[in-house]
Design a protein around this ligand. Structure first.
Ligand code: OOG
Ligand code: NI
Length: 462
C-alpha cells in the first residue's frame, strides 16, 4: 500500500491556528472588532507605503499578514506542560526561551512554543506563549494543597489526542483524517467553559490569593486567553481602539517607535467580564463572573544581540524609574535616544542580528576589487547586503505588563526571587531552546555562505 500523504507540521500548525482564530472570534466578538480594525489600518499603511508593500510581497509576508502571530495559555501542572509540549511538537512548535514572571510580580514562569526555522516561520509564524502557574508561591498551605488537589483531578488532553501524538512520536506519518482529528481535539483543550469546576467560595479564596491562580485552577482547561495579530502601525491601532468601542491598556509595551524598529511592541484591550456558573456544595448553581480573555496586537522589529538586549534592558529600566510629570511615551522616547537608530550603527556596534547575502554586483565584481575589503568594506561597496533578523520571541517586562493590565489592582505582588528554571524544564521534560543561539546560527550561517559566494571565506573565521 502506498504511504498516506501527510500534511506535515507547517500545514498542521496553519490549520490549527486558523481553527483557533475562528473559535476565538466566535467566543469573543470584541476580538473580531479588533481584527477588523487591524486589517483596515494595515491596508491604509500599505496604500500609503508602496515600498513597504513591495517589500512584504517580496518576502512572502503579505499573504500571511492577517494571520495571528501568537496566542497565550496558562497551565496548572507539570504533567499538563509535558502533555502540551508533546501536542505542540506535532505542529513543529518547540519551546524557546524561559521567562520568569515572578520577578515582575506575576506567579508564573513561561516559554514560547514556536516554529524555529526560517522556512517554518514563513509558512506559519503562529506561536503560543505558555505559562505554568507556580502554586508554591501561594502562602496559605491549606489553600495551596486544595488548589493542587483540584488540578490533580483534571485532564486537559483527551486519550484520543494522546494516541495520535504517540503515533507521531513513533515516527508514523499522520494522514489527512488523523490531522483533522488532531486539530479538533487540540482545539477542545483551549475552549472556554462558562461553568467553573469549583464552588464560589473556593473561587473567591483562590482569587484573593491571586487572580491568575483562580483563572488556572477553577476551570476545566487552559482556555486560550488572547490571540494577537500583527499590525503595521501599532500607535495608530492603539489610538483608534476607543472609537471602535475597545478600551486599550494605557501604554504600548516595549521600545518606543523608531526609524529602525527593534524587538517587539505590544498593546492589548482590557479583559472582558464574563458570566460564570459556579456550583455550591449541595449541587445548586450560583451566577458569578470572571475576567480572563482579551485581545492583543503586536509589531515586531529586529532581534538584538546580547549587547543590544543589555542596552535595551538598561534603558527600559531607566525609563521606569523616571516620574517627572512627562507622559511615559515621552520619557521612553527621550531615554531611548541613547539606542542607535540606524541599521549601520546597530550592526557596527554589534547590537542587532542580520542575515547576509552576496549581491549581484558583488558576484560580478572583479576578485581584485573584492580582495582587501573587510566585511564592512564589502557592505559599503554594495557587494554584501544585510537585513535585520526579525525578533520572534517575547519580552518578560512586556509580558508582565500585558498580564497586569488584565489583572487590575492586586495583579502585582512581591515574590521572593528564586531560580525556578530547572523545575520548569523538568516539568517540560526537556530544556528550552536558547533564542540567542538560534539568531546567532542564522547570522553566522548566512554570513559564511555570502562570503564563500564572494570568494572571501578567509573573512568568515574572523
Ligand atoms: C500571557 C501574557 C504575555 C505576551 O504577548 O507577552 C503575552 C498571558 O496573559 O497569559 O502574551
Ligand atoms: Ni500576548
Amino acid at each position: 500500500m502506498a504511504p498516506a500523504r501527510s500534511p506535515g507540521p507547517d500545514a498542521i500548525r496553519l490549520a490549527f491556528s486558523r481553527a483557533m482564530s475562528a473559535m476565538y472570534r466566535n467566543e469573543v466578538p470584541q476580538y473580531g472588532t479588533l481584527l477588523d480594525l487591524v486589517r483596515d489600518v494595515n491596508a491604509a499603511v500599505l496604500d500609503d507605503d508602496p515600498a513597504l508593500s513591495a517589500h512584504l510581497a517580496r518576502t512572502g509576508e503579505l499573504g500571511r499578514l492577517g494571520d495571528e502571530r501568537h496566542g497565550a495559555i496558562r497551565l496548572g501542572t507539570a504533567a499538563e506542560l509535558s502533555d502540551i509540549r508533546r501536542v505542540f511538537a506535532v505542529m513543529g512548535m518547540e519551546p524557546v526561551g524561559y521567562y520568569d514572571l515572578a520577578a515582575a510580580g506575576v506567579p508564573v514562569h513561561s516559554t514560547a512554543f514556536r516554529p524555529v526555522g526560517a522556512a517554518a516561520l514563513a509558512a506559519c509564524p503562529f506561536r503560543i506563549f505558555t505559562s505554568l502557574i507556580r502554586l508554591e508561591l501561594i502562602e496559605d498551605a491549606a489553600l495551596r494543597a486544595h488548589a493542587a488537589a483540584i488540578l490533580a483531578r483534571r485532564r486537559i488532553v483527551s486519550p484520543r489526542l494522546m494516541a495520535l501524538v504517540a503515533r507521531h512520536e513513533a515516527g508514523e506519518a499522520l494522514d489527512e483524517h488523523d490531522v483533522s482529528l488532531f486539530v479538533r481535539e487540540t482545539l477542545e483543550i483551549f475552549r472556554w467553559h462558562s461553568a467553573a469546576t469549583v464552588d464560589f467560595d473556593t473561587y473567591r479564596r483562590l482569587h484573593a490569593a491571586h487572580r491568575l491562580i483562580a483563572d488556572v485552577v477553577c476551570f476545566q482547561g487552559p482556555h486560550i486567553n488572547h490571540l494577537t495579530p500583527r499590525t503595521l502601525d501599532i500607535d495608530q491601532v492603539q489610538a483608534l481602539m476607543p472609537a471602535h468601542g475597545i478600551t486599550p491598556k494605557q501604554t504600548i509595551e516595549g521600545p518606543p517607535p523608531r526609524r529602525c524598529p527593534i524587538l517587539l511592541r505590544q498593546t492589548s484591550f482590557k479583559a472582558l467580564e464574563e458570566a460564570i456558573a459556579f456550583t455550591t456544595p449541595d449541587g445548586a448553581t450560583v451566577a458569578g463572573h470572571h475576567t480572563a480573555r482579551f485581545g492583543e496586537i503586536e509589531q515586531r522589529g529586529a532581534a538584538l544581540t546580547e549587547a543590544g538586549r543589555a542596552l535595551y534592558d538598561r534603558l527600559l529600566a531607566e525609563t521606569r524609574t523616571i516620574a517627572d510629570g512627562r507622559p511615559y511615551d515621552q520619557i521612553l522616547r527621550d531615554v531611548f535616544t541613547a539606542f542607535p537608530d540606524t541599521w549601520d550603527g546597530m550592526r557596527q556596534q554589534g547590537l542587532a542580528f542580520f542575515r547576509y547575502a552576496a549581491t549581484p554586483a558583488g558576484l560580478s565584481a572583479d576578485a581584485a576589487r573584492r580582495d582587501g575589503l573587510d566585511v564592512e568594506g564589502l557592505i559599503a561597496a554594495g557587494f554584501l547586503a544585510c537585513d535585520p533578523l526579525v525578533y520572534e520571541d517575547f519580552l518578560p517586562v512586556s509580558a508582565a505588563g500585558i498580564f497586569q493590565s488584565n489583572l487590575g489592582d492586586g495583579g502585582r505582588q512581591a515574590y521572593r526571587p528564586s531560580d525556578a528554571r530547572a523545575a520548569f524544564e523538568a516539568a517540560l521534560g526537556r530544556p528550552v531552546l536558547d533564542e540567542l543561539a538560534l539568531y546567532t546560527t542564522q547570522q553566522v550561517t548566512s554570513l559564511r555562505q555570502a562570503l564563500a559566494d564572494l570568494g572571501r571565506s578567509d573573512l568568515a573565521a574572523a
